[in-house]
Ligand binder design. Structure first.
Ligand code: BT5
Length: 250
């Protein structure tokens, strides 16, 4: 299949249907696919989110996964999720300038307070020292969204840009991501990217509730550390949270 023109960094592989673009990208990455390999599917039969959760993936929305091979330590991998969230936010704002967009930790993008996009990072390390590969999966609800999610969802159409096709969104997103990725790769890049992300972060500086696997804790969202962990100031002092769901304080 032919597709939209993308910067030369990308090598686009398009599919009518896949179980999951992340699975396909991870399979290709393990076989040696080059950085910039970009898998796109019209729909997914088993799209997934974090911890095996389902990502509802009917035709009309964007489902893509990018193979990256940054020469970084595994603990820096999560930083790329913030680069991607910013790129998604900017791309959506380009198309729907009237809506209000925000980043929600760790990697969601919200439009008018509802979930518009999700991001899933998967990586493998080669012997601990450096990442072998990283797959960056992005799902953006362009025209539809599931009505019954725990955190309310939305689409770009509902945010004010009806009828945007995956082929229209993809080159905008690709160009925006490349700029963020290049920023990130520069010395000190994550510090500037983090400041940019925090300026768009939902709940920053506010009271939030953090749901961990086994308990919930309340505190003030006071920033991100160098590994992208959420810094929470609570009754037990400052904690760095690596994986959780966050909500406004009850
Ligand atoms: C995410 O997980 O938000 C990451 C989603 C990544 C999806 C992309 S699509 C291309 C690539 N290939 C894949 O297989 N995955 C990536 P998480 O934070 O765990 O959120 C999952 C939760 O979001 C679910 O449990 C639902 O509650 C909700 N959800 C499911 N589908 C949704 C949708 N289309 N829009 C908004 N929310 C959704």
């Amino acid at each position: 299949m032919t597709g939209p023109a993308l910067p030369s960094f990308f090598r686009l592989l398009r599919f009518g249907q896949l179980a999951s673009t992340n699975e396909e990208a991870a399979r290709l990455a393990a076989e040696g696919a080059a950085e910039g390999t970009l898998i796109v599917a019209d729909k997914q039969s088993a799209g997934h989110g974090r911890r095996g959760r389902l990502w509802v993936s009917p035709p009309g929305n964007l489902y893509c996964s990018l193979v990256l091979r940054p020469p970084s330590a595994p603990r820096e991998a999560a930083q790329i999720g913030f680069a991607a969230s910013l790129a998604v936010l900017q791309s959506c704002r380009d198309l729907a300038p009237g809506a209000s967009f925000a980043c929600k930790w760790p990697n969601d993008v919200l439009a008018n307070g509802r979930k518009l996009a999700g991001i899933l990072l998967e990586s493998r390390a080669a012997g601990g020292a450096a990442l072998s590969w990283l797959v960056l999966g992005i799902g953006i609800n362009l025209v539809s969204y599931p009505p019954d999610t725990e955190f309310p969802a939305t689409s770009l159409a509902e945010a004010g840009a009806p009828g945007v096709s995956p082929d229209r969104m993809l080159p905008i997103l690709a160009a925006r991501f490349l700029v963020q990725y290049e920023t990130w790769r520069r010395p000190g890049g994550f510090a500037s990217l983090r400041a940019d992300w925090l300026a768009h972060a939902q709940g920053m500086g506010k009271a939030i509730r953090v749901r961990l696997a086994d308990r919930e804790i309340d505190g003030r969202f006071s920033g991100l550390d160098a590994e992208g962990r959420l810094l929470l100031d609570g009754a037990e002092g400052r904690q760095a949270i690596a994986a959780a769901e966050i909500f406004p304080a009850a």
